[in-house]
Design a protein around this ligand. Structure first.
Ligand SMILES: NC(=O)c1ccc[n+]([C@@H]2O[C@H](COP(=O)([O-])OP(=O)(O)OC[C@H]3O[C@@H](n4cnc5c(N)ncnc54)[C@H](O)[C@@H]3O)[C@@H](O)[C@H]2O)c1
Ligand SMILES: [Zn+2]
Length: 283
């Protein structure tokens, strides 16, 4: 983006944020990049983060499917166990805290809608009840079969991964009911066993929040950070809500910042830098 255009868009974003009563924060993998996490952008991007997947010739879409929990659970848990360990030790960058401050200041408060499964918003202190994890969370487990609709916390469960062999070693997480292999409560590709209740409850809560904003006449702004185009769930949601509630999406993304001109305020910056820019001096 041209520097002058970018400055104009930052100004528009600030004015919008100054004048609203509530914020919807939507985020994809790019939100984690400034905390040091990889995104999975394109085949090469994914293989850079997981060189062993390259050796096996598996793309993200091919690796992130539930069939591996049946056919090769040590491989499946190498991928998810590594991510579980990585997300557990990651510290959310300052942008998370700035957004939380803004959301808490507004009288209609905030909601988060994310395709990230990493639990970074909770870690930064966002209220769990105000977060929709649309693709589930790595911090919850379910049965692979599944033998029950239960999901349970992964807290206290350790997965050791040999990254050279790309193999989970030792005990694998087990279903607390049938003793079979457990898997993360994450919506994968070609996934017909994902247990949706936790996500559905969160969707119900965000629906109630939209109703409440309407009832009180509270005006909403949407801030979207790092949502990719390959699986456009988050981008689509931001745009749909902008049209429905007659507002705009402030789209922070160093590359994929484009969108319908009538609703998108493009900010061609990284997550942390972009959040700082649009929130400077906003009350
Ligand atoms: N942390 C996680 O939980 C995580 C990580 C990777 C992928 N995923 C899963 O992968 C799927 C694809 O997700 P996606 O579309 O969000 O990811 P993606 O990897 O396809 O896209 C990432 C987006 O982030 C942008 N980006 C890159 N660097 C950035 C930065 N510094 N600041 C802001 N944005 C930046 C890229 O331009 C791109 O648009 C989803 O289903 C998601 O559940 C989750
Ligand atoms: Zn089971």
């Amino acid at each position: 983006m041209h520097e002058k255009n970018l400055n104009d868009e930052i100004q528009r974003a600030k004015e919008l944020l100054q004048n609203v009563d509530a914020v919807l924060i939507t985020a994809g993998a790019g939100m984690g990049v400034d905390s040091g996490l990889p995104d999975f952008r394109g085949r090469e991007g994914f293989w850079k983060a997981y060189p062993m997947a390259k050796k096996l010739g598996l793309s993200f879409e091919e690796l992130a499917t539930p069939k591996w929990f049946e056919e090769n659970p040590r491989l499946a848990w190498a991928f998810y166990g590594h991510r579980l360990n990585l997300y557990r030790k990651t510290k959310p960058h300052k942008g998370f805290y700035l957004l939380k401050e803004l959301g808490e200041k507004k009288k209609g408060k905030y909601f988060v809608f994310t395709s990230n499964v990493d639990g970074q918003f909770q870690k930064a202190g966002f209220e769990d009840k105000r977060i929709v994890e649309i693709h589930g969370s790595i911090h919850y487990l379910q049965c692979t079969i599944p033998c029950t609709d239960d999901i349970w916390s992964a807290d206290g469960i350790e997965v050791i991964v040999d990254m050279e062999k790309f193999e989970a070693v030792g005990d694998l997480p087990k279903c607390i009911h049938c003793g079979g292999i457990a898997r993360p409560n994450i919506l994968q590709f070609f996934d017909f066993a994902f247990i949706p209740y936790r996500t559905e409850m969160a969707l119900r809560r965000i629906g109630e929040w939209f109703d409440y904003l309407e009832d009180y006449g509270y005006k909403l702004a949407i801030i979207e950070i790092g949502a990719g185009k390959a699986v456009p769930t988050v981008r689509n949601f931001s745009e749909e809500i902008a049209y429905k509630y007659n507002t705009k999406v402030i789209r922070i993304n160093p590359r994929d910042y484009d969108g319908p001109k009538d609703i998108v305020i493009p900010i061609s910056m990284g997550g942390l830098e972009g959040i700082k820019a649009i929130l400077q001096d906003v009350e």
